[in-house]
Design a protein around this ligand. Structure first.
Ligand code: PLP
Length: 420
């Protein structure tokens, strides 16, 4: 039996979770692809949007839209207040101490680049070391490589084992007097591994080192409490939490954000400007230059309200039941190999089929209306570890059903029939 079959929260049962009722909130799930019902299993890339969030966007655009912070007229005041409310909803969602610790960005990638420019370029020097892990998405590798190249700093990498777990002992051995920063993925997008970030944050803090968590694959499955985690930065995107594209957040501890230099210059991030000198605004505004994604941020607020009303722990318990069922069923198909079998996983299954290229798998599944992702998932070091160029990845959300797992299994058998 696969080691992914675990029970995360025995006290919360998946039995009373009514996925059918929840599906009614998602208009796109009614789509047919070439006459076949859509089976959407690409949720790790982007999840779908419920009517409640769509309605919120429509209400904003039809009755509340104006630019914020810049006028005294009615609409500008309403939009400013709603944008601020959205910040407060995100503050509550991650349990940040203060609303000014929530920066709206264009997404996880932008949040990480903000930390690299704002913190890294100010505080990392030649010879310093930055610790990352093999599981990182490219968006938490490339910015740090750019910084390392610019500064003459060095990247140290935490290895993984063949289940896709981080080797935490090796992480601890990487620390020395040159270590200056740690970037950690909370949940692997390629494998679903949930990393022991609390332990890893505490260990880094024992050495006085700040930690950035890439939570792009976590915040929709795990309750995030940034105060309990005590992370220094935490980043995620709305479009993976049933919200709009083009917006995400960076949580940062206020004192750290205050110590950092701005990432982008422009309107709203200033207190005063002369040609001789610019004085910067206070946080969060210092990091929100120009017109922010107002509508998207308000939609993001509605999305986290929607998820919180269902309950992240209930979502996690139900998704775990899907993961366990799908893992069992895929393990029963000869020639199918699941890549990533960590004991703690979200509902992500990366797999290969002997003798068939992942791209061909995705193409044939698509003919059956089944949407999976194929490729390296922006995690090439993970692919390199497992010595595969790519995988197919089915990633489940709380609106998926066991019958859709059955459809995936039938689809995979059909792919084998076509190619073998
Ligand atoms: N980090 C992880 C773990 C991801 O899965 C993704 C997106 O797939 C990102 C970062 C980048 O997110 P975005 O493209 O929304 O900036």
């Amino acid at each position: 039996m696969n080691s992914a079959i675990v029970s995360l929260k025995p006290e919360i049962s998946a039995d009373d979770f009514d996925a059918e009722k929840i599906r009614a909130d998602f208009p796109i799930l009614k789509l047919k692809i070439d006459g076949k019902p859509l089976v959407y299993l690409d949720n790790a890339a982007s999840s779908q949007m419920p009517q409640q969030v769509i309605d919120r966007l429509v209400r904003y655009q039809t009755t509340q839209h104006a630019n914020i912070n810049r006028a005294v007229h009615y609409l500008s005041e309403v939009a400013t207040m709603e944008y601020h409310n959205a910040r407060c909803k995100l503050q509550q969602f991650v349990n940040a101490r203060e609303d000014r610790e929530i920066i709206f960005t264009s997404g996880t990638t932008d949040s990480i680049n903000l930390v690299m420019h704002g913190y890294g370029r100010k505080f990392i020097k030649a010879g310093d070391e930055i610790i990352l892990t093999t599981l990182e998405h490219h968006s938490n590798i490339v910015p740090w490589q750019m910084l390392a190249n610019e500064k003459g700093a060095k990247i140290r990498v935490v290895p993984i084992n063949d289940k896709g777990d981080l080797e935490v002992d090796e992480y601890e051995k990487l620390f020395n007097e040159r270590t200056k920063f740690v970037g950690l993925i909370h949940v692997s997008n390629a494998l679903g591994t949930i990393n022991p970030i609390k332990h890893m944050i505490d260990f880094a803090h024992q050495h006085g080192i700040p930690v950035l968590i890439d939570g792009a694959q976590a915040a929709q499955h795990i309750i995030i409490d940034v105060q309990a985690l005590d992370c220094d930065f935490y980043a995620f995107s709305a479009h993976k939490l049933c919200g709009p594209t083009g917006v995400g957040i960076l949580y940062g501890k206020a004192a750290l954000l205050e110590s950092m230099q701005p990432f982008k210059g422009g309107g709203d991030m200033i207190a005063s400007v002369t040609f001789e000198e610019t004085l910067y605004n206070t946080i969060p505004h210092k990091f929100e230059a120009g017109t922010p994604p107002i509508a998207a941020a308000i939609g993001f607020g509605a999305a986290v309200d929607y998820l919180a009303a269902i309950g992240i722990e209930r979502i996690a318990a139900y998704e775990l039941s899907l993961l366990n069922y799908a893992t069992e069923r895929l393990n029963d198909i000869p020639g199918v190999k699941i890549i990533g079998t960590a004991a703690e996983k979200t509902a992500v299954i990366s797999f290969t089929i002997d003798g068939i290229h992942p791209h061909d798998i995705g193409t044939i599944l698509n003919q059956d209306g089944i949407a999976v992702r194929t490729g390296h998932h922006c995690a090439q070091p993970v692919m390199q570890h497992f010595n595969v160029p790519a995988t197919s990845r089915a990633s489940f959300a709380f609106y998926n059903k066991k019958t859709e797992v059955d459809a995936l299994v039938a689809g995979i058998k059909n792919v084998q029939k076509v190619f073998l």
